[in-house]
Design a protein. Structure first.
Length: 273
Protein backbone atom coordinates (compact mmCIF):
# COMPACT_ATOMS: atom_id res chain seq x y z
CA UNK A 1 0.00 0.00 0.00
CA UNK A 2 1.20 3.52 -0.75
CA UNK A 3 2.25 5.03 2.57
CA UNK A 4 0.56 8.34 1.79
CA UNK A 5 -2.80 6.58 1.78
CA UNK A 6 -2.58 6.00 5.51
CA UNK A 7 -2.21 9.61 6.65
CA UNK A 8 -4.28 12.64 5.84
CA UNK A 9 -2.95 16.08 6.64
CA UNK A 10 -4.42 19.53 6.38
CA UNK A 11 -7.59 21.32 7.19
CA UNK A 12 -9.93 18.84 5.54
CA UNK A 13 -8.87 15.80 7.61
CA UNK A 14 -11.05 13.92 10.05
CA UNK A 15 -12.45 11.27 7.74
CA UNK A 16 -10.69 8.04 6.79
CA UNK A 17 -9.28 7.78 3.29
CA UNK A 18 -11.43 5.37 1.28
CA UNK A 19 -9.87 2.15 0.04
CA UNK A 20 -8.21 2.22 -3.36
CA UNK A 21 -7.77 5.98 -3.43
CA UNK A 22 -4.55 7.99 -3.35
CA UNK A 23 -4.33 10.73 -0.70
CA UNK A 24 -1.97 13.37 -2.11
CA UNK A 25 -0.67 16.69 -0.80
CA UNK A 26 -1.29 20.08 -2.40
CA UNK A 27 2.07 21.63 -3.37
CA UNK A 28 0.89 24.92 -4.94
CA UNK A 29 -2.28 26.91 -5.60
CA UNK A 30 -2.60 29.85 -8.00
CA UNK A 31 -5.80 31.85 -8.45
CA UNK A 32 -6.28 33.57 -11.82
CA UNK A 33 -9.74 35.13 -11.55
CA UNK A 34 -12.72 34.74 -9.24
CA UNK A 35 -13.74 31.81 -11.51
CA UNK A 36 -10.47 29.99 -12.25
CA UNK A 37 -7.53 28.52 -10.36
CA UNK A 38 -4.70 26.04 -10.80
CA UNK A 39 -3.31 23.64 -8.21
CA UNK A 40 -0.61 21.00 -8.12
CA UNK A 41 -0.37 17.88 -5.96
CA UNK A 42 2.25 15.25 -5.23
CA UNK A 43 2.31 12.30 -7.62
CA UNK A 44 2.09 8.76 -6.25
CA UNK A 45 5.02 6.69 -7.51
CA UNK A 46 2.69 4.02 -8.88
CA UNK A 47 0.35 6.40 -10.75
CA UNK A 48 0.66 6.13 -14.54
CA UNK A 49 -1.42 7.99 -17.12
CA UNK A 50 -1.33 9.08 -20.76
CA UNK A 51 -1.11 12.81 -21.47
CA UNK A 52 -4.66 14.13 -22.05
CA UNK A 53 -6.45 11.70 -19.70
CA UNK A 54 -8.69 12.58 -16.76
CA UNK A 55 -9.04 11.21 -13.25
CA UNK A 56 -11.66 11.45 -10.48
CA UNK A 57 -10.70 13.72 -7.58
CA UNK A 58 -12.34 14.64 -4.28
CA UNK A 59 -11.68 15.99 -0.78
CA UNK A 60 -11.49 14.03 2.50
CA UNK A 61 -14.28 16.15 4.00
CA UNK A 62 -17.10 13.60 4.24
CA UNK A 63 -17.60 9.91 4.95
CA UNK A 64 -18.63 9.59 1.27
CA UNK A 65 -16.55 12.19 -0.59
CA UNK A 66 -17.89 13.85 -3.75
CA UNK A 67 -15.71 13.02 -6.76
CA UNK A 68 -15.57 14.87 -10.09
CA UNK A 69 -13.70 14.14 -13.31
CA UNK A 70 -10.70 16.40 -13.77
CA UNK A 71 -8.40 16.43 -16.77
CA UNK A 72 -4.78 16.13 -15.75
CA UNK A 73 -3.08 19.31 -16.99
CA UNK A 74 0.50 18.13 -16.42
CA UNK A 75 2.25 15.84 -18.90
CA UNK A 76 2.82 12.15 -18.20
CA UNK A 77 6.52 12.71 -17.43
CA UNK A 78 5.94 15.37 -14.72
CA UNK A 79 6.83 14.66 -11.08
CA UNK A 80 3.66 16.39 -9.84
CA UNK A 81 0.03 16.38 -11.01
CA UNK A 82 -1.52 19.68 -12.11
CA UNK A 83 -5.21 20.59 -12.39
CA UNK A 84 -6.93 23.72 -13.73
CA UNK A 85 -10.34 24.26 -12.16
CA UNK A 86 -13.40 26.40 -12.27
CA UNK A 87 -14.89 27.75 -9.01
CA UNK A 88 -18.62 27.31 -8.61
CA UNK A 89 -20.14 28.82 -5.46
CA UNK A 90 -22.64 25.99 -4.90
CA UNK A 91 -20.67 23.31 -6.74
CA UNK A 92 -20.63 20.16 -4.54
CA UNK A 93 -16.86 19.80 -4.97
CA UNK A 94 -15.58 23.17 -6.19
CA UNK A 95 -17.17 25.22 -3.41
CA UNK A 96 -14.67 23.48 -1.08
CA UNK A 97 -11.88 22.83 -3.59
CA UNK A 98 -11.47 26.53 -4.36
CA UNK A 99 -10.40 27.06 -0.71
CA UNK A 100 -7.58 24.49 -0.65
CA UNK A 101 -4.14 25.52 0.53
CA UNK A 102 -0.63 24.10 0.30
CA UNK A 103 -0.37 21.07 2.61
CA UNK A 104 -4.05 20.06 2.28
CA UNK A 105 -5.02 16.60 1.05
CA UNK A 106 -6.65 15.74 -2.28
CA UNK A 107 -8.15 12.30 -2.89
CA UNK A 108 -7.49 10.82 -6.32
CA UNK A 109 -8.95 7.60 -7.68
CA UNK A 110 -6.38 5.25 -9.09
CA UNK A 111 -7.59 4.78 -12.64
CA UNK A 112 -7.12 7.52 -15.23
CA UNK A 113 -9.03 7.33 -18.53
CA UNK A 114 -10.08 9.43 -21.51
CA UNK A 115 -10.21 9.86 -25.26
CA UNK A 116 -8.21 13.10 -25.70
CA UNK A 117 -5.03 11.11 -26.21
CA UNK A 118 -2.62 10.89 -29.11
CA UNK A 119 -3.42 7.17 -29.47
CA UNK A 120 -7.02 7.95 -30.51
CA UNK A 121 -5.94 10.05 -33.51
CA UNK A 122 -4.38 9.00 -36.80
CA UNK A 123 -1.10 10.81 -37.51
CA UNK A 124 -1.47 14.06 -39.48
CA UNK A 125 0.23 17.28 -40.52
CA UNK A 126 -1.64 19.58 -38.16
CA UNK A 127 -3.58 18.99 -34.94
CA UNK A 128 -6.12 21.52 -33.66
CA UNK A 129 -6.83 21.51 -29.92
CA UNK A 130 -10.09 23.43 -29.47
CA UNK A 131 -10.86 24.57 -25.91
CA UNK A 132 -13.14 26.90 -23.99
CA UNK A 133 -12.56 27.87 -20.35
CA UNK A 134 -11.04 25.05 -18.29
CA UNK A 135 -11.25 22.81 -21.37
CA UNK A 136 -7.63 23.82 -21.99
CA UNK A 137 -6.50 21.44 -19.19
CA UNK A 138 -5.94 18.22 -21.21
CA UNK A 139 -4.15 20.26 -23.87
CA UNK A 140 -1.90 21.75 -21.20
CA UNK A 141 -0.78 18.15 -20.74
CA UNK A 142 -0.51 17.29 -24.43
CA UNK A 143 1.46 20.38 -25.53
CA UNK A 144 4.08 19.47 -22.90
CA UNK A 145 4.45 15.91 -24.22
CA UNK A 146 7.19 15.26 -26.82
CA UNK A 147 5.02 12.52 -28.35
CA UNK A 148 2.58 15.18 -29.63
CA UNK A 149 5.37 16.73 -31.71
CA UNK A 150 6.45 13.32 -32.98
CA UNK A 151 2.94 12.70 -34.29
CA UNK A 152 2.10 16.14 -35.73
CA UNK A 153 4.17 18.80 -37.53
CA UNK A 154 1.98 21.66 -36.30
CA UNK A 155 -0.01 22.04 -33.07
CA UNK A 156 -2.67 24.76 -32.96
CA UNK A 157 -4.11 25.34 -29.50
CA UNK A 158 -7.24 27.50 -29.42
CA UNK A 159 -8.85 28.85 -26.28
CA UNK A 160 -11.96 30.99 -26.07
CA UNK A 161 -13.08 32.55 -22.80
CA UNK A 162 -15.64 35.09 -21.71
CA UNK A 163 -13.00 37.55 -20.50
CA UNK A 164 -9.36 38.21 -21.38
CA UNK A 165 -8.17 37.57 -17.79
CA UNK A 166 -9.35 33.97 -18.16
CA UNK A 167 -6.72 33.41 -20.87
CA UNK A 168 -3.82 34.02 -18.46
CA UNK A 169 -3.25 30.37 -17.49
CA UNK A 170 -2.95 29.35 -21.16
CA UNK A 171 -0.67 32.24 -22.02
CA UNK A 172 1.68 31.53 -19.12
CA UNK A 173 1.66 27.86 -20.04
CA UNK A 174 2.57 28.40 -23.70
CA UNK A 175 5.36 30.80 -22.70
CA UNK A 176 6.73 28.13 -20.31
CA UNK A 177 6.53 25.42 -22.97
CA UNK A 178 8.62 27.52 -25.38
CA UNK A 179 11.35 27.80 -22.70
CA UNK A 180 11.07 24.24 -21.45
CA UNK A 181 14.32 22.22 -21.65
CA UNK A 182 12.49 19.04 -22.74
CA UNK A 183 9.89 20.31 -25.25
CA UNK A 184 10.88 23.93 -25.95
CA UNK A 185 12.90 23.15 -29.06
CA UNK A 186 10.19 20.85 -30.41
CA UNK A 187 7.46 23.43 -29.81
CA UNK A 188 9.20 26.53 -31.19
CA UNK A 189 7.77 27.42 -34.59
CA UNK A 190 5.33 24.48 -34.43
CA UNK A 191 3.06 25.24 -31.46
CA UNK A 192 0.67 28.14 -32.07
CA UNK A 193 -1.76 29.61 -29.56
CA UNK A 194 -4.95 31.24 -30.86
CA UNK A 195 -7.04 33.09 -28.26
CA UNK A 196 -10.44 34.73 -28.49
CA UNK A 197 -12.77 36.44 -26.05
CA UNK A 198 -16.56 36.69 -26.26
CA UNK A 199 -17.76 39.12 -23.61
CA UNK A 200 -15.38 42.06 -23.72
CA UNK A 201 -13.18 43.90 -26.19
CA UNK A 202 -10.04 41.98 -27.25
CA UNK A 203 -7.73 41.65 -30.26
CA UNK A 204 -9.75 38.64 -31.43
CA UNK A 205 -13.39 38.29 -30.45
CA UNK A 206 -15.99 35.59 -31.06
CA UNK A 207 -16.74 31.94 -30.40
CA UNK A 208 -14.32 29.52 -32.06
CA UNK A 209 -17.25 28.00 -33.94
CA UNK A 210 -18.15 31.36 -35.50
CA UNK A 211 -14.48 32.05 -36.29
CA UNK A 212 -14.35 28.73 -38.15
CA UNK A 213 -17.58 29.33 -40.05
CA UNK A 214 -16.46 32.82 -41.15
CA UNK A 215 -13.01 31.49 -42.09
CA UNK A 216 -11.32 34.05 -39.85
CA UNK A 217 -9.51 31.34 -37.85
CA UNK A 218 -7.82 30.03 -40.99
CA UNK A 219 -7.00 33.42 -42.48
CA UNK A 220 -5.58 34.64 -39.14
CA UNK A 221 -3.39 31.51 -38.96
CA UNK A 222 -2.53 31.59 -42.67
CA UNK A 223 -3.57 27.95 -43.17
CA UNK A 224 -6.09 26.34 -45.55
CA UNK A 225 -9.49 25.29 -44.14
CA UNK A 226 -9.60 21.95 -42.32
CA UNK A 227 -9.46 18.78 -44.43
CA UNK A 228 -9.27 15.12 -43.38
CA UNK A 229 -6.13 14.65 -45.52
CA UNK A 230 -3.96 16.88 -43.32
CA UNK A 231 -5.86 17.97 -40.20
CA UNK A 232 -6.82 16.41 -36.88
CA UNK A 233 -8.99 17.83 -34.09
CA UNK A 234 -9.38 17.48 -30.34
CA UNK A 235 -12.27 19.25 -28.57
CA UNK A 236 -12.76 20.05 -24.88
CA UNK A 237 -15.31 22.44 -23.37
CA UNK A 238 -18.95 22.69 -22.32
CA UNK A 239 -21.58 20.32 -23.73
CA UNK A 240 -22.88 22.99 -26.12
CA UNK A 241 -19.38 23.85 -27.34
CA UNK A 242 -18.56 20.16 -27.91
CA UNK A 243 -21.75 19.60 -29.87
CA UNK A 244 -21.29 22.64 -32.11
CA UNK A 245 -17.56 22.16 -32.72
CA UNK A 246 -18.04 18.45 -33.43
CA UNK A 247 -20.73 19.25 -36.02
CA UNK A 248 -18.38 21.68 -37.75
CA UNK A 249 -15.49 19.19 -37.85
CA UNK A 250 -17.83 16.56 -39.29
CA UNK A 251 -18.84 19.15 -41.90
CA UNK A 252 -15.15 19.39 -42.87
CA UNK A 253 -15.14 15.60 -43.33
CA UNK A 254 -13.42 14.58 -40.08
CA UNK A 255 -14.55 11.39 -38.31
CA UNK A 256 -14.70 10.83 -34.54
CA UNK A 257 -12.13 8.38 -33.18
CA UNK A 258 -11.65 6.41 -29.98
CA UNK A 259 -8.84 4.56 -28.21
CA UNK A 260 -9.72 1.29 -29.98
CA UNK A 261 -10.48 3.00 -33.32
CA UNK A 262 -8.22 5.98 -34.06
CA UNK A 263 -9.67 8.47 -36.56
CA UNK A 264 -9.44 12.19 -37.34
CA UNK A 265 -11.00 13.92 -34.31
CA UNK A 266 -11.79 13.23 -30.65
CA UNK A 267 -14.08 14.86 -28.08
CA UNK A 268 -14.16 15.02 -24.30
CA UNK A 269 -16.43 16.67 -21.85
CA UNK A 270 -14.36 18.27 -19.10
CA UNK A 271 -16.77 20.23 -17.10
CA UNK A 272 -17.30 20.31 -13.36
CA UNK A 273 -20.23 21.85 -11.54
P1 LIG B 1 -20.29 33.09 -24.98
O1 LIG B 1 -19.73 34.15 -24.09
O2 LIG B 1 -20.74 33.61 -26.31
O3 LIG B 1 -21.30 32.21 -24.31
P2 LIG B 1 -18.51 29.17 -20.40
O4 LIG B 1 -17.69 29.88 -19.36
O5 LIG B 1 -19.97 29.48 -20.37
O6 LIG B 1 -18.23 27.69 -20.49
O7 LIG B 1 -18.00 29.74 -21.79
C1 LIG B 1 -16.66 29.71 -22.15
C2 LIG B 1 -16.55 30.20 -23.56
O8 LIG B 1 -17.19 29.27 -24.45
C3 LIG B 1 -17.26 31.54 -23.79
O9 LIG B 1 -16.41 32.38 -24.52
C4 LIG B 1 -18.52 31.14 -24.52
O10 LIG B 1 -19.03 32.13 -25.39
C5 LIG B 1 -18.04 29.96 -25.32
N1 LIG B 1 -19.14 29.10 -25.76
C6 LIG B 1 -20.27 28.82 -25.07
N2 LIG B 1 -21.07 27.99 -25.78
C7 LIG B 1 -20.42 27.74 -26.93
C8 LIG B 1 -20.74 26.95 -28.08
N3 LIG B 1 -21.90 26.28 -28.18
N4 LIG B 1 -19.84 26.92 -29.08
C9 LIG B 1 -18.68 27.59 -29.00
N5 LIG B 1 -18.33 28.36 -27.95
C10 LIG B 1 -19.19 28.44 -26.92
Amino acid sequence: MDERVATVQGEASGFPVPQGVFAETVTSVQHYTDRLFKFRITRPASFRFRSGEFVMIGLPNAAKPVYRAYSIASPSWDEEIEFFSIKVEDGPLTEHLQRIEVGDTILMRRKPTGTLVNDALLPGKRVYMFSTGTGIAPFASLIRDPETYEKFDEVILTQTCREAAELTYGKELVAQVMDDPLVGELAQGRLRHYCSVTREAYACTGRITDLMVSGQLFSDLGVPPITPETDRGMICGSMAMLRDTKALLEGFGLVEGANNKPATFVVERAFVD
